[in-house]
Ligand binder design. Structure first.
Ligand SMILES: NC(=O)c1ccc[n+]([C@@H]2O[C@H](COP(=O)([O-])OP(=O)(O)OC[C@H]3O[C@@H](n4cnc5c(N)ncnc54)[C@H](OP(=O)(O)O)[C@@H]3O)[C@@H](O)[C@H]2O)c1
Length: 269
């Protein structure tokens, strides 16, 4: 069988880079992406091409260049994403737009450009990197949770539409992994006299500690490889610590108020 062609958005660092390195090593033809391609002139670990998920023209041109060169795209991994923190009451509308533009509309723009290619092949696999945070509204991260949760739900519908064309669509929700996501995060700064100042700061400290002590992103890459090798992949996958994955199960089985109390205790609120 010829080598499969994979496109991974956000291949310059963190989870995306780990996926690209791993799949390249496993014999795939890998295209990772970055918005700052000039920064990576000497980069040679895998193909790194220019792409901004906010910009349809840049998506079209990246997809076209791969199809011209390889003749196909077998797998799309929607990995590019950003974090956002802030009290809901104080989060500016443009910050909400930004996080949805990247985390929700970005993957959908990618899907809309890649689907015609996959339909013409009568085969393809799309994996969206969502988040365990997308399974529950988290305090001071509610918009991040919403952007990832929205994608989880759209994919449930999309998957049934594309089945007839041999295109499989899957979500993979990670827990905490040690990457640079906290540095590029949109952090709403609480106003001087904010009523949320103390509780927000405490939650921020906890979130940063979680990312810093996060697991190795290679674990996500290995899970991706496993999903690729699965004949009939299911719609929702998770990867992370036992407790992070277990929290989804707890939310399903516990009464609402009990689960909320657990979260409040966890975030010391
Ligand atoms: N780290 C975690 O604990 C964790 C947990 C759950 C889910 N996730 C999800 O995993 C994915 C990867 O996160 P990460 O932790 O690896 O973050 P990261 O280290 O900050 O990497 C983010 C990647 O996304 C790219 N990117 C950001 N905005 C983009 C845009 N507008 N267009 C194209 N590419 C863009 C960046 O590329 P350039 O800057 O080079 O363009 C970079 O390669 C995200 O979707 C994140 O939400 C992460």
């Amino acid at each position: 069988m010829s080598k499969q062609v994979v496109l991974v958005t956000g291949g310059s660092g963190g989870i995306g880079k780990a996926i690209c390195m791993y799949l390249q090593q496993k014999g795939f033809i890998v295209y990772g992406t970055t918005r700052k391609v000039e920064k990576y002139k000497d980069f040679s670990d895998f193909n790194l091409i220019s792409l901004d998920v906010h910009n349809v023209e840049s998506i079209k041109s990246a997809v076209l260049s791969i199809v011209k060169k390889e003749g196909r795209i077998d797998i799309l991994i929607n990995n590019a994403g950003i974090g956002i923190t802030g009290p809901v009451e104080e989060t500016p509308e443009e910050a909400i737009d930004k996080v949805f533009n990247t985390n929700f509309k970005g993957p959908l723009r990618m899907i809309q450009e890649v689907l015609p290619v996959m339909r013409s092949q009568n085969s393809g696999l799309i994996i969206n990197i969502t988040s365990i945070a997308g399974y529950m509204g988290l305090p001071f991260r509610a918009f991040y949770s919403a952007s990832k949760g929205a994608l989880e739900v759209v994919v449930e519908g999309l998957r049934m539409e594309t089945k007839q064309f041999g295109v499989k669509v899957v979500n993979l929700a990670p827990g905490d992994y040690a990457t640079n996501i906290a540095d590029s995060r949109y952090t709403v700064s609480a106003s001087k006299d904010s009523v949320y100042k103390e509780s927000y700061q405490m939650s921020l400290d906890l979130m940063n500690a979680h990312v810093d002590s996060g697991r190795n992103p290679n674990e996500v890459a290995k899970k991706i490889f496993k999903i690729i090798k699965t004949k009939n992949p299911k719609v929702h996958y998770t990867v992370g610590s036992f407790m992070q994955k277990f929290s989804i199960f707890l939310k399903k089985i516990l009464p609402n108020n009990t689960f909320e109390r657990l979260l409040l205790r966890h975030y010391k609120l």
